[in-house]
Design a protein around this ligand. Structure first.
Ligand SMILES: Nc1ncnc2c1ncn2[C@@H]1O[C@H](COP(=O)(O)OP(=O)(O)OP(=O)(O)O)[C@@H](O)[C@H]1O
Ligand SMILES: [Mg+2]
Length: 244
């Protein structure tokens, strides 16, 4: 993976709501995410974090300003091309994991590959199973979501976000619905991916511990970035990789 920015955003404005209720949820965001970063996006509820993450991931388009994902300005691509670009470059972990209940863990992981006509080869299935192993679910490959705990389901969603080998992993409160032990496991997993694979990661979080252990913290307030701080990389015992 080459160096340089994975993602660049400039002058982002996003208006949401209808008529008199319409308002500027994002009011001029400039942001560069470099390859290999482990960053957190924090801020009060309603400050625009999810809205920004959607723009950065190409799931939504700005009313003003621009986004360049992997060097490609998304304003110049149509919706189909944008979906392809996103599928190729971005992994997205939603706050609610949206696993498909009738499909097994590994089938859920392979879903983004199916979306582009792949995911059925023996190699693909092996890769899906390997990812589940990497998130500590080697023995749950064939389980349905309802047979898994909340934390396990969230880890399946993380594996799914990684199946395309994305240049950028975006996650919206990946620990929001987890107890502290499962939240810690997801943090350690993300850290391991960042350390061992150089995976670039941006996470929206309300979790103070997660933010404190990120290398960079972006703070959003009322649609603007009011702080962008780099911190020493966490090397404490809490960050050690736990085996599957
Ligand atoms: N589709 C929409 N139509 C109108 N307003 C919206 C829409 N989506 C979001 N908003 C508003 O935009 C603001 C920012 O929402 P956003 O979901 O980005 O906040 P957030 O920082 O992610 O909050 P939380 O921490 O609660 O998830 C909120 O005031 C929200 O009500
Ligand atoms: Mg949100």
């Amino acid at each position: 993976m080459g160096g340089g920015p994975v993602l660049e955003a400039w002058g982002l404005v996003r208006r949401l709501g209808q008529g008199a209720a319409a308002r500027e949820v994002l009011r001029g965001i400039d942001l560069v995410i470099e390859t290999g970063e482990f960053a957190a996006l924090v801020g009060p509820s309603g400050s625009g974090k999810s809205t920004l993450l959607y723009l950065l991931g190409g799931l939504d388009r700005p009313d003003a300003g621009g986004v360049r994902i992997g060097g490609v300005d998304i304003s110049g691509v149509d919706d189909d091309e944008l979906a392809t670009l996103r599928n190729r470059l971005i992994g997205f972990v939603y706050q609610f994991h949206f696993l498909l209940p009738e499909f097994s863990a590994v089938e859920n992981v392979l879903m983004p590959l199916w979306a582009r006509g792949g995911g059925t080869s023996r190699e693909d299935r092996a890769w899906g199973a390997e990812l589940l192993g990497r998130v500590g679910l080697a023995d749950k490959v064939g389980k349905l979501p309802k047979q898994l705990s909340g934390g396990e389901q969230q880890r399946v969603a993380v594996a799914r976000a990684l199946v395309n080998r994305p240049r950028l992993l975006l996650a919206d409160e990946p620990t929001g619905n987890l107890d502290s032990a499962n939240a810690q496991a997801v943090y350690e997993l993300f850290r391991e991916l960042n350390r061992t694979l150089g995976q670039t990661i941006l996470v929206v979080t309300h979790d103070q511990d997660w933010a404190a252990r990120s290398d960079r913290v972006l703070r959003l307030l009322d649609g603007r970035i009011v702080a962008d701080e780099r911190q020493g990389e966490d090397r404490g015992p809490g960050s050690e990789v736990r085996g599957p």
